[in-house]
Design a protein around this ligand. Structure first.
Ligand code: 13P
Ligand code: SF4
Length: 313
């Protein structure tokens, strides 16, 4: 079967089965082009919560499909490759969180959506990179907050809100490496470019502090992946240096074909996100595989934290 025949079959099967294809902004271009909705973690959860489709095919990583199963328990949720994991979600286990909570019994737990269902079930509020600041601001002053698992997003939220937050020392293997890059070199190469930075990056906190201290670092924009895309839509600049996973450049180029987009590093590739291929998506739709189903007892506990997040945004 050629790629085009497979794509045609995907469209036919999707309509026949009343399925919706959701894809994260880091997916390969052909998957983004087939998907019904492409977005960031927050946007994808909102669509998963409101879709009228019978089947949700999640072209993303496992915790995203789990989140869809938690908020839409009556839908069949499929992921085309069960090996599509996430180093950040793996950086805290439910047992580690239980221990941390027992050391801080009065604290409110805020978990990034990049966590397992078991961790979400021990969480008070979920958040994503687009609403982490709002979620923390919604917690009354004076309450202890445990923020997990990403140390860079946690430091960023603490810097923006001015809140003293206890932060789990986890990280994403793709974004933390961006902190090793010399941004001054990138600025020298692209002096007119706007710098767009994901808050999971190792650099974001130091860059944020630097931006108030050093002229050289002004114009840094710290955004979720959809935040970056919204910025690009309305920006006057025609050049952008992008500090996140390179998959997002596909959508950026579609939005502004005449602009230049420079990844801060060509090596910022999430191998988990890239596991989803057109062939695997086709097989997933054809054979209804692989189902991600969070058991209802666990899902009920985890759902509360996601619903609280969705109410705040
Ligand atoms: P966004 O929510 O900004 O898309 O980031 C999520 C993420 O890092 C997935 O890897
Ligand atoms: Fe997880 Fe990092 Fe990949 Fe995002 S880029 S899915 S945080 S490993």
């Amino acid at each position: 079967m050629t790629d085009q025949q497979m794509i045609d079959e995907i469209h036919r099967l999707k309509n026949k089965k009343n399925a919706v294809i959701l894809a994260h902004n880091y997916q390969i271009g052909p998957i983004q082009d087939i998907a019904d909705y492409v977005g960031d973690s927050l946007g994808l959860s909102q669509v998963a919560a409101s879709t009228s489709a019978d089947i949700i095919i999640f072209c993303g990583v496992h915790f995203m499909a789990e989140t869809a199963s938690i908020i839409s328990p009556n839908k069949k949720v499929l992921i085309p490759d069960t090996e599509a994991g996430c180093s950040l979600a793996a950086s805290i286990t439910a047992d580690e969180l239980k221990q941390w909570k027992s050391e801080n019994p009065e604290a409110i737990v805020v978990s990034y959506v990049n966590t397992t269902a078991e961790v979400k079930a021990l969480t008070d509020y979920c958040c994503t990179s687009s609403n982490a600041v709002k979620v923390v601001e919604a917690i009354p002053e004076g309450k202890d907050i445990l923020f997990l698992p990403d140390r860079f997003l946690g430091s960023y939220v603490s810097a923006i809100t001015g809140r003293d937050i206890k932060i789990w020392q986890g990280g994403c293997h793709v974004h933390e490496k961006i902190g090793e890059i010399n941004f001054d070199d990138a600025r020298a190469k692209h002096p007119k470019a706007d710098f767009l930075i994901h808050p999971e990056c190792g650099c974001s906190t130091s860059c944020l502090l630097k931006s108030t201290m050093y002229e050289a670092c002004k114009n840094l924009k710290i955004f979720s992946t959809d935040g970056m895309l919204n910025y690009v839509k309305d920006a006057e600049s025609k050049e952008f240096v992008v500090a996140t996973e390179v998959g997002i450049l596909h959508r950026m180029k579609k939005i502004k074909p005449a602009s230049e987009f420079y990844p801060v590093s060509q090596d910022s590739v999430c191998e988990y996100m890239k596991m989803i291929t057109v062939e695997k998506l086709y097989n997933s739709l054809l054979h209804d595989r692989y189902e991600v189903k969070v058991p209802e007892e666990l899902a009920a506990k985890a759902r509360l934290s996601i619903e609280r997040m969705l109410e705040i945004t």
